[in-house]
Write a protein that binds this ligand. Structure first.
Ligand code: BGC
Length: 574
């Protein structure tokens, strides 16, 4: 698996090429405002002392439109700073939001959603009047839609809102044995890690190892009379890992039918066995795939032919929507879609098209937003959950930290702020307001002797950021077997607002890729981002890789890495 990022300037070109699919035909809650020509639901999703995020859903009860323009006026000093899924302009207190090229069509009875960030001081009152193409909305009784009532469709088909709450995590006996065999490994061997179904043969078990039923049977034993959540990584798309080579898979770019019938269908049939109905099964759907379609599939320096092929043939999208649909239909399965990490998608020019790509894929080929419990960030990556010594709004000598080399104009400096902001954007785009985020914290601890104990010096933005950042990578685009990394937060349910759990999806001690070419029958290639002597590529700004030497194939046990991860654990191991 590769965890790539993309230079911001290159990313900007993607906006023009964004998908032409209408973004936001979202189900509208029962409004009780049938007489109005249009209804508007303006929701403040998140608010802090000087800023806020809002989403707006407009329902057209009049005749069909091919373009639209919604206007409102603020009573206070709110200022829209950036929006998505609509073109938003402001003059004084008057705001106009017009359709984007891809969501101008608004049939009678259909809805469109968009969102934005803004600043304010004092109170942040919801506007009282909205007009759609000059006609006043919500006007049957003069009462604006109650901003406090989200159009919450409820939790789909009886699933709990957050499957991690009140449940213990499944301990994979195979991973646990590897961990326990290392000196000091018993300190972590009882942690819950995900089971990767990384090839068709993994369903039955590779080389006499545990198959899916073996894991589920073991999970039932561990569960006892309480609740248990087992995490499965669905990872076998055609043309897998298109921006890198280390985790190329067994299926060629066109083998979508084989993916459906020999991979997803058998998994779905096992998970549907009533015997397993009492387990909570959390799936991580196809790491890296949709983000690769957004940033690496054409028109940018980081693009690859393999990703362009997967974008053109649609087989990542077809595979992901098929998996969401089949697995989401099972009452005790909770799907989490992979959403990269902040140093890959954290520029708005990447993130907004990503949100569109997620929504498009999750609402096509039979899948719906009700098949999605949430999203996961930082899968198998090393980005810190929180950077304690600086934040995105900090400035040094009047210069924003965003212009430091490390941050490179990103909108986020860590995974938690990225996950929470992304969640708001996803809800504004039409995902259920009940969605939650996961953060893979298995290897993002960055403790040990190199961990800074406070902010860097204020001599320049670079000194400040480099002196204070706990993520000690050479470049945030580095993703393979990172030197200096440590175990991160232990798996924890509901650690922060909008976050369903910290999880250990990448089992610590399993390699990200071989540091030199190794023959194998797993389809895995040799990616030089895993070679410590390589000078990098466009996706890591042509920097050294920071990879550990002597690494085995992706997924194979890498003892030296595991020992380093324990040594640099943060919080430290006791
Ligand atoms: C590998 C998989 C492996 C997984 C977990 C991926 O990078 O490609 O084969 O199961 O990591 O270690």
């Amino acid at each position: 698996m590769s965890r790539t990022r993309l230079a911001m300037l290159a990313a900007l070109t993607l906006v023009a090429g964004a998908s032409g699919t209408a973004l936001a035909a979202v189900p509208h809650g029962s409004g009780g405002l049938a007489a109005a020509p249009c209804t508007v639901d303006y929701k403040v999703l998140n608010q802090w002392d000087s800023g806020f995020t809002a989403s707006v859903t407009v329902t057209n009860n009049g005749s069909a439109k091919s373009s639209w323009s919604l206007k409102w006026a603020y009573a206070g000093n709110q200022k829209v700073t950036s929006g998505w899924s609509a073109k938003i302009t402001q003059s004084g207190q008057n705001v106009t939001a017009s359709n984007e090229s891809y969501n101008g069509t608004l049939a009678t009875g259909s809805s469109v959603s968009f969102g934005f960030n803004g600043t304010y001081s004092g109170t942040n009152a919801v506007p009282s009047t909205f007009t759609l193409d000059g006609v006043t909305c919500n006007a049957d009784g003069g009462t604006p839609t109650d901003p406090g009532t989200p159009t919450d469709p409820g939790t789909p088909s009886g699933k709990v809102d957050n499957p991690f709450v009140g449940a213990k995590g499944y301990v994979n006996p195979e991973w646990s044995a590897h961990a326990a065999a290392e000196p000091g490994g018993s300190r972590v061997a009882n942690q819950s890690t995900a089971v990767w179904l990384d090839r068709i043969a993994a369903i039955q078990g590779v080389n006499g190892g545990m198959g899916l039923r073996d894991h589920l049977d073991e999970a039932l034993k561990q569960k006892g009379s309480g609740e248990l959540v087992i995490q499965l990584v669905i990872y076998d798309l055609p043309g897998r890992d298109c921006s890198a080579l280390a985790s190329n898979g067994e299926l060629g770019p066109t083998e979508i039918d084989k993916y459906k019938t020999q991979y997803i269908d058998p998994i779905a049939s096992i998970l549907s066995d009533p015997k397993y109905a009492g387990l909570r099964i959390a799936t991580v759907i196809e790491p890296d795939s949709l983000p690769n379609l957004v940033t690496n599939a054409g028109g940018t320096a980081g693009s690859t032919d393999a990703c362009a092929t997967m974008k053109a043939n649609g087989n990542y999208e077809k595979g992901v929507s098929y998996a969401l649909d089949k697995l989401g239909a099972i009452p005790n399965v909770y799907n989490y879609i992979d959403a990269g990490h902040h140093a890959w998608l954290g520029w708005d020019s990447n993130l907004d098209p990503s949100v569109q790509e997620f929504y498009k894929t999750a609402t096509s080929n039979g899948a719906s937003v009700n098949d999605v419990t949430g999203f996961i960030v930082n899968t198998a990556n090393y980005s810190a959950t929180k950077e304690p010594n600086f934040k995105i709004t900090d400035t040094v000598n009047g210069q924003t930290v965003r212009q430091s080399k490390w941050v490179d104009w990103n909108q986020y400096v860590d995974e938690q702020s990225y996950a929470q902001a992304l969640r708001n954007k996803l809800v504004a785009a039409g995902f259920n307001s009940t969605i939650g985020m996961l953060i893979d914290t298995s290897r993002n601890g960055w403790g040990g002797s190199a961990r800074p104990t406070g902010p860097g010096p204020q001599t320049s933005v670079d000194d400040y950021v480099n002196g204070g950042r706990i993520d000690r990578r050479i470049h945030a685009g580095n993703w393979c077997n990172q030197s200096g990394a440590g175990l991160g937060e232990r798996p924890t349910a509901a650690p922060a607002a909008g976050i369903d759990a910290y999880v250990w999806v990448k089992p610590p001690g399993e390699s990200d890729g071989a540091s030199s070419a190794i023959d194998n029958d797993e389809g895995k290639g040799f990616d030089r981002m895993c070679d410590p002597t390589y000078g990098g590529n466009a996706r890591n700004g042509n920097n050294p890789t920071g990879a550990l030497p002597n690494a085995p194939l992706a997924g194979h046990w890498f003892s030296a890495q595991f020992r380093q991860l324990m040594q640099n654990a943060y919080p430290p191991l006791s």
